[in-house]
Design a protein around this ligand. Structure first.
Ligand code: SF4
Ligand code: MG
Length: 332
């Protein structure tokens, strides 16, 4: 498998007047061509900031402090603004939660898709129009020759998200980063958009990073999942490991909070709030909310350890070197 992108120990901070907010505290992952990776976590876990760091779209006062983001063999952190602009859209595209704010209300969707196409490809107006209609068709917009002249407000939320996907894919990017692409949509439409992303991945061999707070969303689209918390990756594994054999208490907590259609169990939200990243805890970031927390969890950040093939967890509970005698209580 050909590696498309690799993050090596990326740290991103926001230097505010209160101090340094350590939003991403050392994230490493890699993604192959045509692969779909899910990044899951609550808001404030660092999952969006990690992707903004990749795209070169961090807002002031955010800065990537250290690490490498190697895309097709080159470090994106060494690229200048102009080079990043050409990579965005051409090679890496992004879609966000709310398609209404990303679409311009005063232009037709056709104009907006054609603009994206012509910005990156040397096509005549007629060729761009033809391509735009093809893209609308590809993402399942009915009657595209007519709908291409409609304005964003004439589309439903789900259809607008399809338009955004059409714009993102119109330049045939190698990597599509989708940040909560279905969060604003109702469940049926959400399923349709996820199916569409899966279909496009298979058809166009686009690699996908799907960012969501909802673990349930990644199951269909992604083959691998990262679970983030407190600016760090807590667990990484194949989708079936994460769902059926989770090794991190935070992942277990997330799984308990997914509604299941087949059984009507009570949903259990995880108690407590995420850590303050202005003063991140020195030990495990989840310790304050973890029912298995031990003394060492407060003192030392756990290392990532292998708990299966391609399966890693950052937790003292099952760590081979953990001093399990120092239990603080509440352990199973
Ligand atoms: Fe819980 Fe300790 Fe594991 Fe953190 S390291 S998740 S506190 S058991
Ligand atoms: Mg976010």
């Amino acid at each position: 498998m050909e590696k498309l992108i690799e993050l090596k120990d990326v740290k991103t901070s926001f230097f505010t007047h209160l101090g340094e907010v350590q939003a991403v505290r050392g994230v490493s992952y890699s993604l192959n061509k045509g692969e779909a990776l899910g990044i899951v976590g609550e808001s404030g876990s660092g999952k969006s900031i990690t992707s903004m760091s990749v795209m070169g779209l961090l807002q002031y006062p955010g800065t990537v402090k250290s690490g490498e983001i190697v895309f097709k063999g080159e470090d994106l952190l060494k690229k200048n603004k102009k080079e990043m602009m050409s990579i965005r859209g051409n090679e890496i595209a992004m879609i966000f939660q709310d398609p209404m704010t990303s679409l311009n209300p005063v232009y037709t969707v056709g104009d907006q898709i054609m603009e994206a196409i012509r910005k990156h490809q040397n096509l005549s107006k007629a060729e761009a129009l033809k391509k735009a209609i093809e893209m609308l068709e590809l993402v399942g917009i009915p009657d595209p020759t007519k709908r291409i002249n409609a304005y964003p407000h004439e589309f439903s939320g789900g259809m607008r998200q399809r338009v955004m996907i059409a714009i993102a894919l119109s330049c045939e990017p190698d990597l599509l980063i989708a940040d909560e692409p279905t969060t604003a949509l109702d469940v049926t439409i959400q399923a349709q958009i996820l199916d569409l992303m899966k279909e496009l991945k298979d058809k166009l061999n686009t690699s996908i990073v799907l960012i969501t707070h909802d673990l349930g969303v990644v199951a269909d689209v992604c083959s691998r999942v990262l679970v983030m918390y407190g600016g760090l990756i807590m667990e990484e594994g194949k989708v079936e490991d994460i769902f059926y054999n989770p090794k991190h208490p935070y992942t277990v907590g997330l799984l308990k909070s997914i509604p299941k259609i087949e059984h009507k169990e009570r949903l259990v939200p995880i108690d407590g709030t995420p850590p303050d990243l202005l003063h991140p805890p020195k030990g495990c970031p989840f310790a304050a909310r973890c029912e298995h927390a031990m003394n060492i969890c407060m003192e030392e950040r756990p290392e990532f350890f292998n708990c299966g093939e391609g399966h890693k967890s950052m937790c003292w509970l099952l760590h081979p070197d953990s001093p399990k005698t120092e239990l603080k209580g509440g352990v199973r």
